[in-house]
Structure formats: structure tokens, C-alpha cells
Design a protein around this ligand. Structure first.
Ligand code: NAI
Length: 253
């Protein structure tokens, strides 16, 4: 993959998990990376991993669901690193519950972080991409987009992000901007650890049970997802747009 340009990337939810692995990978590919998460100080570990390896990173505190904070964060990135032309909409939360127990707040929180957050971040960064005649937007969907018990809110946003992605691909293609979605299956992170705790199963046990159902017979690592995102954000991927790539160790039913 050609990654000769020192482009500026923003990765949301990059303090840990898939976002942290993606920030580290994009920095290794030569990008200057804005490591964005709710709390700026929580981004320190990811920034240190990047800078220790000789890369460039900036910690940015921002709630992606808050328009004013998003505008300010993107302006700061443009000022300190340069106009961002790569965006990874990764920030996410779970508020799982069966429909009859799901609260309005469970619904709104998940809508706001995943869908509104991706909208606000994409809108704020696209002007830099259009100005540059180059852009890459990757949004984290999920295998749950196909439907998953206890996740009416989450499956709706993850399916919604696929429609959002296809629309951005159509609107922004003529400006050199691609939009794609990566839809992981089971990845070992704090998010899946939280699911294990919520359902009262040991995390090792949940991983073993999940691996047994996956064709490649293992659960995913954050780096598995980061590899796919690195492809979509690469300079060579300019003719691949509006796609959804499931990164799940096999096909999904
Ligand atoms: P995680 O829970 O480990 O990390 C999510 C990060 O997002 C955290 O650092 C959190 O502080 C940040 N965040 C949450 N709300 C935010 C907000 N309003 N503004 C800014 N940052 C915010 O999650 P993980 O597992 O790394 O997931 C990353 C993405 O991948 C999420 O969108 C998730 O839905 C998606 N995904 C994860 C899968 C998995 O198995 N772990 C499977 C499929 C999709």
C-alpha cells in the first residue's frame, strides 16, 4: 500500500480498544494522528505508543455527540497537525437490553454517540477533504447490523451507519473522498469484556464460546480491524467506496 503522503487522520474513541489499535496502525503508516476520546488525559497511552515509535500524535478531548465540541476539536486538529483528510468514526457505547426493558435514554445515548457522532465528525472534517481533493472516511459498523438479540438500539445504528456510508460515498466521490464501513464480529476489547460482565459470564468463557462459532476458530483482536481500516484509508484504495467489509473470521448468516 502506498502511504507516502503525510496525511492527517482523526480516530474517534482512540483511547483504547479498536480505536487505539487503529491510531497506532495509521501512525505506523506515516499519518499524523489525532487521538480523540471523551477525556483528553485518557488518550495519553495511545499518544505515547505512537510517539515512542517515532510517530506524530495529538490527544484531543471531545464528545463526538456534541456539535460545538466536534467543531472545536476539528479546528484544533487543523491548527496543530493540519487539515484532517482521514476520519475513522470509531467511538461507541453499548446500552444493551431487550426491547421491553430498553429505556429512552438507552436508545438516545446509542443514537447520539454512533450516528450523530459520525454525522458531526464527517461534516466537520469533509471541508478539509474537499479542499485537499482527497479524503477517506471509515465508520465502524458491526455484525450486529444484521440483527442481534438485546441490541435493538445498537443494531439500528450499525445498520444506519452502512446507509450513511453509502450516501457519503455518492455525495463526496467527485471530490476524491471515499467512504467505507468496517463491520467487526467479536473483538476482544473492554466493550466485549463489559458484555461478559453484564450477562454474568467469565470473559475467557465468552471468548471460548464465541471462537467455537467462528469459522477461523478464534476471536478477533483490535489489530485485525485496524488492518482493514488501514486498507480503506490508504492512498491506493481510491476506487473502493461505499463498501461494507465484515471482519468476523468468516461469513455471517
Ligand atoms: P471500547 O468500549 O473499548 O472503546 C470505545 C471508545 O469510545 C472508548 O475509549 C470511549 O471512551 C470512546 N467513546 C465513547 N463515547 C464517546 C463519545 N461520545 N465521544 C468520544 N469518544 C467516545 O470499544 P471497542 O470495542 O474498541 O469498539 C470500537 C468501535 O467498534 C465501536 O464503534 C463499536 O461499536 C465497534 N465494534 C466493536 C466490536 C467488538 O467486538 N469490540 C464489534 C463490532 C463493532
Amino acid at each position: 500500500m502506498s502511504t507516502t503522503e503525510r496525511r492527517v487522520a482523526v480516530v474517534t474513541g482512540a483511547a483504547r480498544g479498536i480505536g487505539a489499535a487503529t491510531a497506532v496502525r495509521l501512525a505506523a503508516d506515516g499519518r499524523a494522528v489525532a487521538v480523540l476520546d471523551l477525556d483528553e488525559s485518557a488518550c495519553a497511552d495511545t499518544v505515547e505508543r505512537i510517539t515512542k515509535a517515532g510517530g506524530t500524535a495529538l490527544a484531543v478531548g471531545c464528545d463526538v455527540a456534541d456539535a460545538a465540541q466536534v467543531e472545536a476539536a476539528v479546528a484544533r486538529v487543523a491548527e496543530e497537525l493540519g487539515g484532517p483528510t482521514i476520519l475513522v468514526n470509531n467511538a461507541g457505547v453499548l446500552r444493551d437490553n431487550l426491547l421491553f426493558k430498553m429505556t429512552e435514554s438507552d436508545w438516545d445515548t446509542v443514537m447520539n454517540v454512533h450516528l450523530k457522532g459520525a454525522f458531526l465528525m464527517s461534516r466537520a472534517t469533509q471541508k478539509h477533504m474537499v479542499d485537499a481533493g482527497f479524503g477517506r472516511i471509515v465508520s465502524l459498523s458491526s455484525s450486529s447490523a444484521l440483527g442481534n438479540r438485546g441490541q435493538a438500539n445498537y443494531s439500528a445504528v450499525k445498520a444506519g451507519l452502512q446507509g450513511f456510508t453509502k450516501t457519503l460515498a455518492k455525495e463526496l466521490g467527485k471530490f476524491g473522498v471515499t467512504a467505507n464501513a468496517v463491520a467487526p464480529g467479536f473483538i476482544v476489547t473492554d466493550m466485549t469484556a463489559g458484555t461478559a460482565a453484564r450477562i454474568g459470564v467469565g470473559f475467557d468463557e465468552l471468548q471460548a464460546a464465541s471462537a467455537a462459532q467462528i469459522p477461523v476458530q478464534r476471536v478477533g483482536r483490535p489489530e485485525d480491524v485496524a488492518n482493514a481500516i488501514a486498507f480503506f484509508t490508504g492512498d491506493d484504495a481510491g476506487f473502493v467506496s461505499g463498501q461494507v467489509l465484515y471482519v468476523a473470521g468468516g461469513p455471517l448468516d
